[in-house]
Design a protein. Structure first.
Length: 60
């Protein structure tokens, strides 16, 4: 069985935890202009959700 600890953690994380991580990434990786953009934070959270979704035949 394949195991992806990061995907497992994101799948189990609360929306608040994911938003906090998204804000952290935006503040530390994006330019100041993008870091304040709430759409950018929502994009990060959506990416976390896509990454955490098990692929066909995969189980966590």
């Amino acid at each position: 069985m394949y195991s992806n600890k990061l995907a497992e953690a994101l799948a189990a994380a609360s929306e608040t935890d994911k938003v906090e991580l998204a804000h952290f990434l935006a503040n530390n990786l994006d330019s100041a202009e993008h870091a304040r953009d709430s759409a950018r934070v929502r994009d990060y959270v959506a990416a976390f959700d896509r990454f955490a979704a098990p692929r066909e035949g995969e189980r966590f």
